[in-house]
Design a protein around this ligand. Structure first.
Ligand code: APR
Length: 238
C-alpha cells in the first residue's frame, strides 16, 4: 500500500463551503456574467477594464477574512502529509485555499487569481491588490501590460504533460467538487481508467456529468465526504 500513488482533482465545489461561488450551480458565477464577456482572450482584448474589474472583485472576495480553507481542504493536506506514497493535487480552482490548508504537491491547471502575468516579460508575480490598465509589472516595471494569471476559455491549461503522466501512473484517482463539464479536466477519469490499474472515486454534492465513469461515488457536501473518505483510506486503503 505504501508506494501507491494518488491523484486528486478538485473543482469549485470544494471551495463552496468556504464562501466562494461555483460556476454552474443555479447561484453560480456563470448565472450572473457571460463567459464571453470576462473569461476569454477576446474579451480582454475588447474590454480589458471589464475583465480587470471581474477578477478584482473575485480577488477582493478571496482575500476577505471570512474566506478560509474548510475541512475538505484540510483533509487533503492531511492525506498528503500522512500517505506514504505520492499524492498529487490538481486543482481547477484559482483560489489559494489548498495552499493555505497546507497542500504542497499542487498544480493550478487553470492558474491563480493571486498572480499577475506580464505580457511583455512573461513573469508571473504575486498580486493581491486591484489590477488596472496602469498597473506596473513587479518584475520588469513596464506599465499597462498585466493580466491576471488565469487560463481563459480557448487557452491551454498549465502543466498538462505532468498531469497526464501522473494520471497514467496512479493507483487512485479522486475527483472532488467538479461538474465534469469542462475539458481537459473532465477527461481525467478516463485517462486514469485507461491504465487498467486505478480505482476511481467521485466525491461531489450531486452526480457530475461523468459520474457513471467512476467505480465509487459518494454524494454530499465536500466538508463531510472528503474528511470521511480520507480517514477511510488512511486506515484501510481502498
Ligand atoms: N460540496 C461538494 N460539491 C459541491 C458543493 C459542495 N458543498 N457545492 C457544489 N458542488 C458541486 C456541484 O454539484 C458541481 O458539480 O461542485 C460542482 C461545481 O461545478 P462547476 O460550477 O462547473 O465548477 P467546476 O467543475 O470547478 O468548473 C470547471 O469551468 O468555468 C470554468 O475555469 C472554470 O475551473 C472552472 C471550470
Amino acid at each position: 500500500m505504501e508506494s501507491r500513488r494518488i491523484v486528486i482533482l478538485t473543482g469549485a465545489g470544494i471551495s463552496k463551503e468556504s464562501g466562494l461561488d461555483t460556476f454552474r450551480d443555479p447561484d453560480g458565477l456563470w448565472a450572473r456574467v457571460r463567459i464571453e464577456d470576462v473569461a476569454t482572450p477576446e474579451a480582454f482584448a475588447r474590454d480589458p477594464d471589464r475583465v480587470h474589474a471581474f477578477y478584482n472583485h473575485r480577488r477582493a472576495g478571496l482575500l476577505s477574512e471570512d474566506v478560509q480553507p474548510n475541512a475538505a481542504h484540510a483533509a487533503l493536506a492531511r492525506l498528503e502529509a500522512e500517505w506514504p506514497g505520492e499524492v498529487l493535487l490538481v486543482t481547477q480552482n484559482i483560489d489559494d485555499l489548498h495552499e493555505r490548508a497546507g497542500s504542497k504537491n499542487l498544480i493550478h491547471m487553470h492558474g491563480e487569481l493571486l498572480k499577475a502575468r506580464c505580457l511583455v516579460c512573461g513573469a508571473a508575480s504575486p498580486w493581491r491588490e486591484d489590477m488596472t490598465g496602469d498597473s506596473l509589472c513587479p518584475a520588469c516595471g513596464v506599465e499597462g501590460a498585466l493580466r491576471v494569471n488565469v487560463v481563459w476559455f480557448g487557452e491551454m491549461p498549465f502543466e498538462m504533460d505532468r498531469i497526464y503522466e501522473a494520471l497514467a501512473a496512479c493507483d487512485l484517482f479522486i475527483s472532488i467538487g467538479t461538474s465534469g463539464n469542462v475539458y481537459p479536466a473532465a477527461g481525467f477519469v478516463a485517462e486514469a481508467r485507461a491504465s487498467g490499474r486505478a480505482h476511481t472515486v467521485e466525491l461531489n454534492l450531486e452526480p457530475s456529468e461523468g459520474s457513471s465513469l467512476f467505480a465509487e461515488r459518494h454524494h454530499g457536501p465536500a466538508g463531510v465526504e472528503v474528511p470521511a473518505y480520507v480517514d477511510k483510506i488512511l486506515k484501510n486503503g481502498w
